[in-house]
Design a protein around this ligand. Structure first.
Ligand SMILES: C[S@@+](CC[C@H](N)C(=O)[O-])C[C@H]1O[C@@H](n2cnc3c(N)ncnc32)[C@H](O)[C@@H]1O
Length: 737
């Protein structure tokens, strides 16, 4: 144990401390809200031979865990483990994880132990700067394997991975289709769950396996090999660009100056040098591995920018070239001014607010937030409708499937926290700012592609006309227009222009609009015709980046509606009228979104994803309906069920998912009776949410499942109105994030 050292110890109060064969964890809780004292842990991996050969990830590995002790005992020994997942190159994203077989909801995919983790007050996880500084200070205490991981991650940062966005989009769409197709097994899981008897699969689970000894080492080797592939492809691209450039120069018969375009021999210099960076980092990593305990800090991580080989990720620069060797004492400036380590932390760290009060109560520990670097988790890519979720317990990160996953599907988590409930423009801008990529997940594509921006069917709704009628009417018009277009046989231009003689008629107006919406991408001749007939910009058939309706609602929520809800709930006079009026307004907005989804013929998942982008509205409507008791019990339950469906779709396995499902189940019992089909269905949904968050292993311990659910119910009801009002604070948080 001589090599085990706590890397940072600034806390005053040690909550608990435990050891196992390879690692030592110091968990320290600090007084709430005192950021200066919020610190720390560090876990230190045991040194291992770096030369052992490793078989990585047998494809069907099932990790079985004794969940009862995992969730109830502070002394649980967390072990690194890999389940049915494999590290791969994902087009357009760099490295990522894929499922090696079909996976059921709640199955454990890996357990990752941190290279470094810091703890803070609940809701205030330590920031990136603190983590960067902690890593910088503790570099010499890391074992070689951990240093090599960090160097590998630095190297990943520099691999820009030619953005094969189309390829990535195709993958994610295929994935989404597959996921939807496998939806049945979610239900199967819940049905399994509903029989309180232990499921056969769980009952016959093998005893806990010994920890895979060389998981991290094996992963490191694989990640390097994959990265080399990516970078080789990149180099090819750079060389091709060079050749094209040379050819162009020859064609233009221009003599390039040495300073502008090449070295002393006139050879043009590529604008980026990814391979040079890679070679540097890997060489450095190998030499570091050989010099265990060295005091030298690797320039690749701690050096300041020299301007060579810089790639912009998340708005900051990553550099690998530094001529000087920087020692721990002289390198302190690097963290403040950014630098590679800061970029690495920005790109790869993960943090949690510590909002699972159920677990902390079960374990009898104080809630803490945390931020850290978990090697396996660092390589998870993002989706705005992820299929997996991470949960940090006792410093270890547990990744579970949030829904059924098909073999070959990429495993994704959300980087956005509550931001996942924002509209596409907002989500994309946040991801661009924090991680420097344009999200092309199925949800972003759906939202981006399917919603024309300027005109919605609700704008035409007449009093008393239900949106379904409007939708049917539109459909008929669109079909008529299409028929006419086909019979005219010349691309629709004449079809429309033949009607355009009566351009003032409402029918034409509707037909054109319906046709434009049906084509959804319109543009071209149809747009030109619309402009000619109705005036430029009156009807747009093109698709813009923003989803105007969802965006407008989100703006209204932050600027007006939340405050209005506060005011209506606390109004000294005539509160019921105010509440009813506001509820009517919120329901009207919801109806607009529903109408648009119906009009655009979105499939059920498309509808849920669109509603997820105005989840704040759904939640505020539901909470106001509950608190004011203005809506019927049936409508209140409907709203809660809608909220649950939405969270299950875009944040499966999150704390909010379980909370929403448990709440809906409670109301279903109250409204329809505990034995009613509605209540039983809601219970199944709640069980599924528990599986997604806490694991399929709960199937072997129904008692634990009941305890988890009952603690959550008590926490929700115990705080009564204050907790319900908390939603308004939550709304503000979503708005301000
Ligand atoms: C935590 S790392 C994930 C591992 C990463 N793929 C790699 O190879 O280093 C985050 C980075 O992965 C890339 N990434 C993650 N999700 C992505 C997505 N949905 N689309 C494109 N790039 C993504 C971005 O470059 C992002 O900064």
């Amino acid at each position: 144990m001589g090599h085990l050292q706590p890397l940072i110890q600034r806390c005053n109060l040690t909550k608990h401390c435990y050891h196992h064969r390879n690692r030592k964890h110091l968990h320290c809780s600090s007084p709430l809200g005192s950021p200066a004292r919020q610190k720390v842990v560090i876990s230190v991996a045991a040194s291992r031979s770096s030369t052992s050969s490793v078989a990585i990830c047998p494809s069907a590995t099932r990790i079985t865990l004794p969940v009862t002790s995992l969730y109830t005992s502070q002394a649980y020994t967390h072990r690194r483990a890999l389940g049915p997942v494999q590290l791969e190159v994902v087009p357009g994203k760099g490295l990522g994880w894929r499922a090696t077989r079909d996976i059921a909801t709640g199955e454990l995919l890996f357990v990752s132990l941190p290279v470094a983790a810091l703890y803070g007050a609940p809701g205030q996880p330590p920031g990136n700067e603190e983590l960067t500084e902690a890593l910088r200070q503790s570099w010499t205490h890391l074992v070689p394997l951990e240093r090599r991981w960090l160097l590998l991650l630095a190297d990943c940062c520099t691999a820009s991975c030619a953005p094969a966005v189309a390829a990535a989009a195709a993958t994610t769409i295929a994935t989404a289709a597959g996921t939807a197709a496998s939806g049945q097994s979610v239900v199967a899981a819940a049905v399994e769950m509903s029989g309180v008897a232990v499921a056969p699969e769980a009952a016959s689970s093998p005893p806990p396996q010994p920890p895979p000894v060389d998981v991290l080492e094996g992963l490191l080797l694989r990640a390097r090999a994959l990265l080399a592939e990516v970078q080789e492809a990149e180099l090819d691209q750079v060389q091709q660009q060079q050749q094209q450039q040379q050819q162009l120069q020859l064609e233009q018969q221009q003599q390039p100056t040495v300073a502008e375009a090449g070295d002393a021999n006139g050879t043009p210099r590529p604008s980026v040098t990814p391979c040079a960076l890679t070679a540097y980092a890997i060489t450095d990593a190998n030499s570091l591995a050989a010099t265990s305990g060295a005091q030298i800090l690797p320039p690749v991580l701690f050096g300041t920018s020299t301007g060579l080989g810089t790639s912009n990720i998340g708005g900051s620069s990553i550099t690998s070239s530094s001529s000087s060797t920087i020692t721990s004492s002289s390198s302190s400036s690097s963290s403040g001014g950014g630098g590679v380590l800061a970029d690495l932390v920005q790109r790869y760290s993960y943090s949690e607010g510590g909002d699972d009060l159920v677990l902390t109560e079960l374990q009898d520990v104080s809630p803490v937030s945390c931020a850290g670097l978990w090697p396996e988790a660092a390589l998870l890519n993002h989706s705005c409708c992820p299929n997996a979720s991470l949960l940090v317990i006792g410093g270890a990160a547990y990744l579970r499937a949030g829904r059924p996953v098909l073999e070959g599907e990429e495993l994704t988590v959300s980087y956005l926290g509550l931001g996942v409930f924002k509209d596409v423009a907002e989500r994309r801008s946040r991801l661009r700012a924090s991680h420097g990529f344009q999200c092309t997940c199925p949800r972003c594509l759906m939202e981006h592609e399917h919603f024309p921006t300027c005109r919605y069917p609700y704008q035409e709704q007449r009093p008393g006309q239900h949106h379904h009628q409007l939708y049917l009417q539109r459909q008929t018009q669109a079909e008529r227009w299409k028929d006419r277009q086909e019979s005219s046989g010349n691309g629709g231009r004449d079809g429309v222009s033949s009607s355009s003689s009566s351009s003032s008629s409402a029918v034409l107006d509707d037909e054109l609009l319906a046709a434009a919406l049906m084509g959804r991408r319109g543009g071209g001749p149809l747009q030109a015709l619309l402009n000619a007939v109705f005036g430029s910009g009156r009807f747009l058939t093109s698709v813009a980046a923003d989803h105007a309706l969802l965006r407008r609602i989100n703006r209204e929520l932050v600027s007006d509606l939340e405050a209005a809800a506060h005011a209506a709930l606390t109004a000294p006079s005539r509160p019921r009228q105010r509440q009813a009026a506001l509820l009517g307004r919120l329901e009207g907005l919801l109806e607009q979104v529903e109408t648009s989804c119906a009009f655009l013929e979105l499939p059920p998942r498309g509808r849920l994803m669109s509603l997820a982008s105005v989840y704040g509205l759904v939640r505020l409507t539901s909470e106001l309906a509950e608190l004011s008791q203005q809506a019927t019990p049936e409508r209140r339950l409907q709203l809660l069920q809608l909220a649950t469906e939405i969270v299950e779709d875009v944040a499966p396995g999150s704390d909010g998912h379980v909370t929403a499902a448990v709440k809906a189940a409670g109301v279903a019992r109250r409204v329809y009776g505990a034995d009613s089909p509605t209540a039983r269905k809601a219970e199944l949904t709640a069980s599924r949410a528990h599986l997604a968050r806490y694991g399929r292993e709960l199937l072997s311990d129904p008692g634990l499942l009941r305890r988890l659910a009952s603690i959550r119910r008590r926490l929700m009801t115990g705080s009564g109105l204050a907790a319900s009002m908390g939603v308004l604070a939550w709304m503000q948080q979503v708005g301000s994030e």
